[in-house]
Design a protein around this ligand. Sequence first.
Ligand code: UFG
Length: 349
Amino acid sequence: MKVLVTGGAGYIGSMVCIELLNEGHDVFIVDNFSNSEMGTITKIMGITGKMVQYANVDITDRTALEVIFRSYQFDSVIHLAGKKSVSESIENPLQYYYDNLIGTVMLVQLMQQYDVQSIIFSSSATVYHPASICPIQETATLKSSSPYGRTKLAIENFFRELTAAHSNFSVVLLRYFNPIGAHSSGEMGEKPLEVPNNLLPYLMDAVSGKRPILEVFGNDYDTVDGSGVRDFIHVEDLAKGHIKALYYSMQNTGCEAFNLGSGTGYSVLQLIDTFAKVNEIDVPYHIGLRREGDIPVSFADISKAQRFLGWRPNKTLEEMCIDAWRWQLKLLKEQHVEAQIVFPSKKTV
Ligand code: UFG
């Protein structure tokens, strides 16, 4: 199949491209490289030994996007391009609604115009009501607490209405939980160019001395050890879910949502402990206050994805931590900052 991947140079998008290429599909990447690097495209080709076409295009640039649609007949679109920081979305909702919503609407306009009937959309567990009972099922009440989350929810609603009106259209909504880890080759992983927002980038910055210490946001939740509980999923497992979703989309019309998580909740402190153990390195942290807007516990019921997509995650929390740190070490070496690793570690880095 010929698949257009928007945001294909990003952390998750690049892993999706590798899986697509490994499965023998043709990939065309559209990315504006605002939070990714062109070098990632070379890495994708290096890892897979396959050619990739790409364009430096913002999905809100309808004219540039149309040139691509006019030139290639895609079988499906995997749509990951968009902004993804909760805190930034509170400061700049206009940008979030414009990029995420308008970008998606323009993309779908072109899909209709050029007769592309299938799309896999990168949604998020943030669409679920903060008080949802875990494990969260796809049928849980939807209500997001940030502008970012509400753009995802608005796009989901848009797709539901679109498929109700156009019965040939197929939309798969993939609700990601907490993707972490890196490619098992050690060659690719998360490299946030913008200020990182998530736990793992902060943890690795603390370990490598880029920031003094990791702050654990609260240890007074009603959880196993008081820290927040999340559903961490290896980014490679997550990427494989997109391929299964693509095949599902080829066989089914309508709009269907699936959780992509590991199905297991681990606490922040358990993650820190696992990371330290498997990598034989100290993680400097202290307990801080709760972060505003955080929910205590979030983990997925993944039985729907298992049943309908035939997908199940394979990688353990240990593997996520090993792969994440292996990638971070490579990055540090590239950036020549080994000398800055100041915190006492048992292993020589
Ligand atoms: N945390 C810390 N210290 C940090 C960063 C995070 O203790 O420096 C904690 C948080 O309090 C939370 C857990 O680590 O308990 C995970 O936090 P993340 O910021 O990594 O992830 P969230 O679960 O808050 O948010 C993620 C995505 C969002 C998405 C949401 C969906 O980042 O984009 O999952 O549930 F909306």
